[in-house]
Design a protein around this ligand. Structure first.
Ligand SMILES: NC(=O)C1=CN([C@@H]2O[C@H](COP(=O)(O)OP(=O)(O)OC[C@H]3O[C@@H](n4cnc5c(N)ncnc54)[C@H](O)[C@@H]3O)[C@@H](O)[C@H]2O)C=CC1
Ligand SMILES: O=C(O)[C@@H]1CCC=N1
Length: 280
């Protein structure tokens, strides 16, 4: 006879801040049917009403301290500029209950968070991106030394509910991750915008151009993900000798595309470091 399994206690996860990123994580966790109890705190009633309307089982409150009581994980999902004020008001309670803190804020170092939270806290810092809204995100994570193996798994499963995850042992690498995948969706959107304008100049209706460009972007990403081939090899397969692609790529490469991307990613990485220094 099978031994009956004891039901595992659900993990209580509190989101401080109910904005775009928090909502995408909530959607992912609920779709994942994870064994979790979810709570959200935000001073904005409209944000809370949106949560209550879509997810009546999620406790929604304006009181950050009430929301973190007894929580296993506290996800810090407020803007970097108010992180200090928010964490300092949680410090006393956090010193007693010692949850795992997961910060999704850009450019706020673990050392600063730990200090604002009163010290000796388990903290995972991560850098997700907006495709998390459609469960196609990419997140880089870093854990401080206080984080246990089970807390590491808990943090990973929250972010995995909205896409892929990648751990980094060196926190400074998160500045590069911010430049690559945190800001990265904007680079691809800019290419889409530029192609849209160019397509319309070629006399294609806006709606038709939009559809062709979106499906091409999706198809290219899917092919690059699923074929197991390098983008350079896939590019060569599109490029017939003396053909149309070759004519277009000549324009892009002679216009310095590689240099521009190197400079753009360096600028984003430097800005991430500057933001960290300004919020320390
Ligand atoms: N948008 C992006 O591409 C990415 C954003 N992030 C980070 O995610 C974090 C959240 O960003 P979004 O969701 O886009 O911002 P958002 O503005 O949509 O959400 C922030 C929420 O915090 C709430 N809030 C303000 N004061 C509060 C307080 N004292 N206590 C609790 N909640 C409070 C606001 O009412 C708002 O609902 C930021 O730190 C950002 O750096 C990270 C990766 C990518
Ligand atoms: O632009 C920013 O600063 C944030 C961080 C990554 C994406 N958005």
């Amino acid at each position: 006879m099978d031994t009956p399994q004891l039901a595992q206690k659900p993990t209580t996860i509190t989101f401080i801040g109910a904005g775009n990123m928090a909502r995408s994580l909530i959607v992912g966790l609920l779709q994942d049917q994870a064994n979790v109890v979810l709570r959200v705190a935000d001073p904005d009633q409209q944000q809370l009403d949106a949560i209550r309307k879509h997810w009546p089982d999620v406790l929604a409150t304006t009181d950050n301290l009430e929301a973190i009581q007894g929580a296993d994980v506290v996800v810090l999902a407020v803007k970097p500029q108010i992180m200090r004020e928010v964490t300092e008001t949680l410090a006393e309670a956090a010193q007693r209950s010692r949850p795992l803190f997961v910060s999704i804020a850009a450019g706020i170092r673990e050392e600063a968070l730990n200090r604002w939270l009163g010290g000796n806290q388990a903290i995972v810092r991560c850098m997700p991106n907006t495709p998390a809204l459609v469960q196609a995100g990419a997140t880089g994570l870093y854990a401080n030394t206080q984080v246990s193996d089970s807390q590491r798994s808990a943090a990973e499963s929250i972010l995995r509910a909205v896409g892929i995850t990648l751990w980094f042992a060196d926190e400074a690498k998160l500045d590069a991750v911010t430049a690559i995948s945190g800001s990265g969706p904007a680079y691809f959107f800019l290419v889409m915008e530029a192609m849209q304008a160019a397509a319309e100049q070629l006399g294609i209706e806006a709606a038709d151009a939009h559809l062709l460009i979106m499906q091409t972007a999706l198809g290219a990403a899917k092919l690059a993900m699923e074929s197991g081939e390098l983008p350079a090899d896939l590019r060569q397969k599109v490029t017939s000798k003396g053909g149309t692609t070759e004519a277009a790529l000549k324009v892009l490469t002679s216009g310095g595309l590689h240099t521009l991307f190197a400079q753009a990613l360096q600028a984003a990485e430097s800005r991430s470091k500057e933001l960290a220094a300004a919020n320390s």
